[in-house]
Structure formats: C-alpha cells, structure tokens
Design a protein. Structure first.
Length: 387
C-alpha cells in the first residue's frame, strides 16, 4: 500500500452513517468503477487475491481432470488456486522478464490443459500476445494473475482485461489496498455468473440471483462489506496517480544509469505498461548480482528474486509435497480423475532456466513518493557498486 488519507476516512464515515455495513451500494459502485477503469464488462469484489483466482478459475469451469500451466516464479497462491478447484498445476519456466516463458508453456500443453495462468509478477506484464497465439492454437483459456499489477497495462490494455478473466489482490503489499481484498474481472457472462455464485455461498444474498442464466451450485463465502467498498473506491481514484509516480521514479533512475558500464536492466514485454513498482537489474552471474545487492544495501534494499521465499516454486512446500487438499479425497494429486495428468514431482532443479534468471536478477522495490534527493542517492549508490 502506497497512499491513504482523509479521503478514505470520509468515505468510510459515509458508509458507517448508513448503519448498513453488509454488501450494498458502496460495493456495487466499486465493482462498477473497477470494471470501468480496467475496461471489462464485469467486476466482482472479493475478500482476497487468492479467492479472486479461485473464483475466476471456478468461473471458467476449471476442475478435476484439468491441467493449468503456471510459472515457477509467482506467489504460491497461483498454484494453490488451481488445486483448490481440483485441477493440477503444471509448472513452466520464466523468460528473461521473469514472467511465464511462452515457449516452455507450449512444450507443456497436453490434451488435458484447460488454461494457462500468466502472472504479471512485480508489475511486469507477461507476454500476452504469445500466450494468446497459443490459446487460439490449442483452445485453452488465459486466467491472468494480476495480483501484483493492479492498474498495469500491456500494449494499451489494462492487465486482467486481456485474458478470459483476471484476478487482482488488494492486500497490504499491492498497488492499491484495503489491507486484504481482491477483485475478479471478465468480459465473459458465464465466467462472471459462475464466479458470482461461487463467491456468495451459492448466490445466497444477491437479489437478482434468480435471474442468473447459470445453474446455482454450492460455493463459498468471499463477499466483502461496505467499508471495503467505500475505502477501495477512493483507492481506485488514487491508482493512476500512484502508477504515474512509480513509473516516473523508475524512468529517472533508469535514464540516469543508462550507459553505465556494469549495469543492465532486464527486458520487459511493455516497459510503458509495467507498474513501475520494481526496478529490475540483470547481471551475468549470481556472484555479480549478490555483490551489487550487498553494495547498495546501505542506501536502498536490493533483493534477488531467487531469495523471495514462497514466490519461488521449490519453496511452495505443500504443493511440492503434493498435499493439495485438507484430506486425501479432496487432494487433486490423488483424485482418480487426475490419474493420467502430468503429476510431475517438482524439486529444486525442475526449472533450471528460472533458477538461473532469478539468481542473476536484483530488484529494487520503488516508492512513488521518493523525492529527487532519494533518487539521486540511489543512482549514486548503484554507480559506486559497479565501479
Ligand atoms: C498477493 C498475490 C496473490 C494472492 O493475493 P492475496 O490477496 O494475498 O490472497 C496471488 N498471486 C500473486 C502473484 C500475488 O502476489
């Protein structure tokens, strides 16, 4: 979370004054505004990004018997969401941008592949043109995990709006936030209705649930209340300002460092569209990356994505152990419907290209409110580190 203030307090007071905190006008307005900003027909507010991914996947009809291809570099939630539907996550390598590698995705497509879930990790858009070509060729769906990329875009379209459905997170560590929260966006009526049914315990509380075209099934409870709606409506109005300022900081640092010997940046599938939350340095060796991170650490935290815990596939402990559910009967790895699927047992060496790229990358997490002095200090520290 980057910014919050009096406007959020005023909005929450407005909601409290109605003495009606259950899902109502504020949430309805937030969903309408989110759909409008992202450029989709539908949006659904939910209680978290993981829930948003599960609702989107359930909405898309993903379940037992299906494989969903996910990148080896993402928060574990992407793979857990696949398992929550009863499907099997199949891991793919990352490309030089640290997002899912389209060539490796194609190698991993089987007759069981139902979808690919690209992750716009650290605000960097995945190669959506490449994935769309595969989706058309093989008839698979694209569920965008845009949890780290609220408001980012790819070739002029907002992330989340390009695949069949998209999931956002509004937890504390994301671009806009209510501490916890999430959103599902889609242009597809069927995915929307099924996600709605799933998120509201079988459409229990929707006055117009009787008008749904999809048969109602049992779901879970991912609804959010009016304080969330009031707060997030203000956050949404801050989003483009936050992104503009992050991108400006990124641009200033990158241009000040361009041409400096020993400094190179990782490529991007859309450098204008990426959120600017993260500045990606790329080195020839892990040793050089670690040396650079150590040398700038007095000024700014530089971190290697290979060290980012539950964001690296071999640290997804319950997934790696194939404990995919709370008991054997609901563990997708043990379900008879999944017996013929790709049940690869992953370990530390399963995705060597991903390991290599993540070990030679140094990220600096940017702040939209850094002033020119802070930016200059960072630039100087980076120059000194490669001297
Ligand atoms: C944060 C995050 C999620 C999950 O979001 P929650 O709101 O914490 O459930 C999913 N995927 C990625 C890539 C994330 O960074």
């Amino acid at each position: 979370m980057y910014r919050m203030g009096q406007e959020e307090l005023d909005a929450m007071k407005r909601a409290m004054d109605t003495k009606q905190l259950f899902r109502g006008n504020e949430i309805a307005a937030f969903e309408h505004e989110l759909a409008e900003v992202i450029g989709t027909k539908h949006a659904l507010a939910v209680s978290g990004g993981t829930g948003a991914l599960i609702a989107a996947m359930v909405g898309a009809g993903i379940g037992p018997g299906d494989e969903v291809i996910v990148p080896g570099y993402t928060f574990m939630a992407t793979a857990m969401a696949v398992l929550a539907t009863g499907a099997i996550p199949v891991l793919a390598e990352c490309d030089e941008t640290c997002t899912i590698d389209v060539e490796d995705v194609e190698k991993k497509i089987t007759k069981y592949t139902k979808a690919v879930a690209p992750v716009h990790i650290c605000g960097f858009p995945a190669n959506l043109d490449g994935l769309k070509a595969l989706a058309d060729k093989y008839g698979i769906l694209i569920i965008e995990d845009a949890c780290q990329a609220d408001g980012g875009s790819y070739k002029g379209q907002r992330l989340g709006s390009i695949g069949d459905a998209g999931a956002f997170s509004f937890n504390f560590f994301k671009v806009i936030s209510f501490g916890e929260g999430g959103g599902v966006v889609t242009n597809n009526d069927k995915i929307y209705e099924r996600a709605l049914i799933y998120h509201d315990g079988g459409a229990a509380f929707r006055p117009y649930a009787g008008e749904l075209h999809e048969p109602v099934f049992c779901g879970t409870q991912l609804r959010v209340g009016e304080l969330f709606g009031a707060f997030m409506r203000v956050q949404l109005t801050r989003m483009d300002g936050i992104l503009n300022d992050l991108r400006a900081v990124k641009k200033l640092i990158m241009s000040a460092l361009s041409g400096v010997e020993g400094i190179a940046f990782a490529p991007s599938h859309d450098i204008e569209g990426d959120c600017g939350t993260t500045l990606p340095f790329r080195f020839a060796t892990e040793e050089k990356a670690r040396d650079f991170a150590a040398k700038i650490s007095g000024t700014v935290n530089g971190w290697l994505p290979i060290d980012s815990g539950k964001h690296v596939y071999y640290n997804w402990d319950p997934v790696i152990a194939q404990r995919g559910g709370h008991c054997d009967a609901v563990n997708p790895y043990l379900m008879p419907q999944n017996a013929n699927l790709n049940l690869t047992k992953y370990d530390k060496n399963s995705l060597p290209k991903t390991n290599d790229i993540l070990s030679r990358t140094v990220y600096i997490s940017l702040n939209p409110d850094w002033d020119i002095n802070k930016i200059n200090e960072i630039v100087d520290a980076c120059k000194a580190a490669v001297k």
